[in-house]
Write a protein that binds this ligand. Structure first.
Ligand code: PLP
Length: 380
């Protein structure tokens, strides 16, 4: 029997114009640190309304750069949600700071601002807000908390390119906002990331950290005929190449249309599943644009005869690429080794962690595929 096409949980869309834009760079003088880098940065800055955008080698590097720009270092604490990809808090560890977890709102899986405020101590330096699934956090509350305690607010906006919060775009909602261009994200550069900020000093520090802590780049020196350079901070090589920026620039042209398609798919899922008593849909704020990086449902395990992991395998075997975003960060062995078993501190996270399932969501999904997913879930 012919196997039906597997529907992944997410995937990139690459058109001929994307391919051509990369080929054009391959035939040009600069393969990296050329004109495509500022062009791509400008397109994301314009889109998000942020004053500065700094492209980096991936989203994780972007988080590391943001920690450096914010001046987070040894002895500092960074408050971050339990329900995120480990990179969100690994960045605090990279700079010698301690991640302190805040619980989530089980209705949205977004960080609960009240829990954030409870975790603040005199050592706290920054808050990492994660726009889980593509819905923006409660930034009114988070900004107020950051202001009250003089903390820097870093948005891990890796799920949120194209999202808004009360009319303001992601990228402009925190002191520093970090994006990822991994193939499952809204646009891709294969690997890639970017940090936006309105603060010129943060922007300068991001650029320094991206390139060894050296204050001029190779092209600047070549064009100005400068021989001498100075390394003034300990930075990394976190640059994004011109090949990748050309791909990103080409992909940016399609971002709005893709976010629209993601919203259409989400609407179809909500219509198809709303009245189905074995799953619960996440709460969506009506005053903001959701970017739907993910579509996450909560299984009502009390009404199902098997657990999430069994259902996960069944769906996969049926050709539907479900996933789990995420195991709580504190539950990873490395975090347990560093900070001990924190499970009892996070009742909301613990409950939803056994219920969540991400179902396929990407712009190239056909309506028939969406219906197939709905049908499979309704057969649970
Ligand atoms: C994808 C992602 C990252 C890391 O991005 P990379 O580009 O893969 O390094 C960080 N945080 C969150 C929430 C992500 O989804």
């Amino acid at each position: 029997m012919a196997k039906e096409k597997f529907i992944p949980y997410g995937r990139q869309s690459i058109d001929d114009d994307d391919i051509q834009s990369v080929v054009d760079v391959l035939q040009s003088e600069w393969l990296t640190t050329g004109p495509m880098v500022p062009a791509f940065e400008k397109s994301v800055a314009d889109f998000s309304g942020a004053a500065h955008a700094v492209a980096v080698s991936n989203g994780t590097a972007g988080l590391h750069c943001a920690m450096f720009a914010a001046g987070v270092g040894p002895g500092d604490e960074v408050v971050a949600p339990t329900m995120t990809f480990a990179a969100s808090t690994n960045a605090a560890l990279y700079v010698g700071a301690k991640p302190v977890f805040a619980d989530i709102d089980p209705a949205t899986l977004l960080v609960d601002p009240a829990s954030v405020e409870k975790k603040i101590t005199p050592r706290t330096k920054a808050i990492v807000a994660v726009d889980y699934g593509g819905q923006t956090c409660d930034y009114d509350s988070l900004c107020a908390i950051a202001q009250r305690h003089k903390l820097i607010l870093i948005a891990d906006a890796c799920h949120a390119l194209g999202a808004t919060y009360k009319g303001k775009p992601a990228g402009k909602l925190a002191d520093l906002s970090v994006f990822s261009f991994h193939p499952v994200k809204h646009i891709t550069t294969a690997e890639g990331g970017l940090v936006t900020t309105d603060n010129p000093d943060f922007a300068r520090r991001l650029r320094l950290f991206r390139s060894h802590g050296i204050s001029t780049d190779h092209r600047e020196r070549a064009e100005k005929g400068i021989l001498h350079y100075e390394m003034i901070e300990l930075g990394y090589n976190y640059r994004l190449s011109d090949l990748q920026c050309a791909l990103g620039l080409s992909q940016m042209k399609k971002l709005s249309q893709w976010v629209k398609r993601r919203n259409e798919i989400a609407h179809a899922y909500a219509e198809g599943l709303r009245d189905f008593e074995k799953v619960e849909l996440l709460k969506v704020r009506s005053d903001s644009m959701h970017a739907y990086h993910l579509y996450v449902i909560k299984l009502r395990l009390d009404r199902l005869s098997r657990d999430r992991n069994t259902i996960f395998s069944e769906m996969r075997n049926a050709g539907i690429g479900v996933n789990v975003h995420y195991p709580p960060v504190y539950s990873h062995p490395y975090y347990k080794r560093l900070f001990g078993d924190q499970r009892t501190n996070f009742p909301a996270t613990e409950k939803v962690a056994s219920q969540i399932l991400s179902i396929p969501m990407y712009p190239a999904m056909t309506d028939a595929e969406v219906q197939k997913v709905i049908y499979a879930i309704r057969a649970l």
